[in-house]
Ligand binder design. Sequence first.
Ligand SMILES: [Zn+2]
Ligand SMILES: [Zn+2]
Length: 168
Amino acid sequence: MARSDFKVSVTRLGKTPGSRLEVDLSGEISEVFVSSAWVEKGTFSHLRGYLEAVHGGILFTGVAEAEMTTECRRCLRQSKSQLKVEICELFEENYQEDEGDTYPIKGEFVDLGEMVRDALILALPPAPLCGADCKGLCQVCGANLNEVDCGHRDDGIDPRFRILDQLR
Ligand SMILES: [Zn+2]
Ligand SMILES: [Zn+2]
């Protein structure tokens, strides 16, 4: 990542444990997606919270938000909704990459972008539905059964498809 809208100078924070720095940032986070949910390219994510000096590092506590697009796994309808996730993560001076559960302090900066991306990806729904009662697509003609009654419902569907849908 060449430039990050989520890079914060921590010189004002100092090293006294307990000192805090407010964070209120917006910017683009790239490549936030799982198979049926994603944050559209060009959409701004927002991060609010505070950095707090702790022994050996800096703790971020706050909330990340972004508008996500989800695709219903039954009828494939796309819709947008707000994704909101609480975050509490540690940035360390002696960061060890292979330990993997913290983030690095880079000189006088912390880059909160990587943390925001990780949190958003984890919060994306793995199998979204447009509604709990979505009727899905007709297995025979492909019609959206939420919108039309194509008449195939009871005479054409192999019952095994229904079981498969329940198992997915
Ligand atoms: Zn649906
Ligand atoms: Zn049909």
